[in-house]
Ligand binder design. Sequence first.
Ligand SMILES: Nc1ncnc2c1ncn2[C@@H]1O[C@H](COP(=O)(O)OP(=O)(O)OP(=O)(O)O)[C@@H](O)[C@H]1O
Ligand SMILES: [Mg+2]
Length: 458
Amino acid sequence: MSEILTINNLKVWFHTRRGTFKALNGVNLNLRKGEVLGLAGESGSGKSTLGLSIMALLPSNAIIVRGSKIILKNRDYLKYFELFPEEKIDRKFKIKKNQKIMKHIRDFLAKIRGKEVSMVFQEPMTALNPLLQIGYQITEALLAHSSINLAKRILSRINLTEDDVREILKIVKSSKNVEKDLNEFSKLKKLDGIEDQVLYILNRKDLSTIRKERMIYSLKEKMKNPLTMSYLKKIAENKSIGIYRFLNRIPILKRYLKGVLIKEGYRKAIELLAMLNIPHAEKVVYMYPHELSGGMRQRVSIAIALANNPDIIILDEPTSALDVIVQYQILQLISELKYKLNISFIFISHDLSVLAEVCDRIAIMYGGRIVEIGPIDKIFYESLHPYTKGLLRAIPKISKDIKTIESIPGTVPDMRNPPNGCMFHPRCPYVMDVCRNKVPKSIEYSKDHFVECFLYGE
Ligand SMILES: Nc1ncnc2c1ncn2[C@@H]1O[C@H](COP(=O)(O)OP(=O)(O)OP(=O)(O)O)[C@@H](O)[C@H]1O
Ligand SMILES: [Mg+2]
């Protein structure tokens, strides 16, 4: 499997008046295409900081230490910035200069964020705007990166001929792989975006076959006014200049065209919500966040994250605020999306039993390092690191008396002054002399199963 994201020696510290918190201390990690990678660890281990680093959404008191690498689709985006070397981050640290660097990184990545990587947070109410309709919020995400696609979708309906419709209906009736054949058809006929719209109709469970055929037939749209058409074409063809820049000179036309695109955004929003199993999506787009349940709101956040077909979605405790049944439905949804869309997920949770439901691999974090990472079965049944073993013992088991849950003795280290050597040594029941002085290197104990611990290796 190919890697879509590689992180090398990532160090992220936070400068505060109470001292420098060393949140990430040399994280090495890779994410493969189409996998769900779980990220577990106690509170304060650095899980959210890692997610925010990938998104370039770190606050301005964060310091990314020189030597850190975040390589997204073969591009190391940190290499364009002059980061501070570790030894210069002392009391005389240049705060202002660092804030500038962090702002540059955020601005630089704004272009990529949402398009290649997007993030879903724990509390959907804070991610959603209470004053805007659901459909509008999804449309905003679409307009930020995908005006081109919205324009293509409209044009695909206008360019659709009667012959095309007949051919589509033939594919729908007789093809063994409708999705693939529709894709090929739309490429051949240059009807970009029509396949999504047809598939949405086909996937609707509330319609009879005849009704579906009629709806596919009525996708065919009449020519809009020729001026609109010519601008839509420009938007569809233009890959670099955003729609707003070249329309700014003509405010009325701009407003009108924006209206056309927003209407299309709502159409696409309905398709997205339906794909996420939201009932009555065509009504939900006109609702406001408070009219939805917590689970539905979290689905909407996922729809926003999905809007621009990102390669990676980071989910930070996405189910922790939900009750168990809804939590389970969201986990199911994520497994479904993984198969349907071939997106890679990083799923952050302090709860290993949640991760067990959806992940292919699990990474265990402690003190801002990945202390163990491997395929899910190996983490659960052949765990190596004493910390991982401790976390596993801390999962409540239904069959057992509640009292038998063991927690890991000791507390998370003060990250202003983390221990020397292995971060876990003060709490480790197997501590040896070497653990107090040297940081263990990562070794591949068995295929694809890595651990940082002196109990293993030579
Ligand atoms: N903005 C900030 N300013 C100062 N310190 C911070 C900031 N954000 C995080 N930290 C510190 O960085 C460390 C890692 O925090 P982080 O939020 O990444 O942990 P986490 O694993 O996500 O924890 P949780 O499970 O509680 O969400 C902690 O010691 C925390 O105090
Ligand atoms: Mg967190």
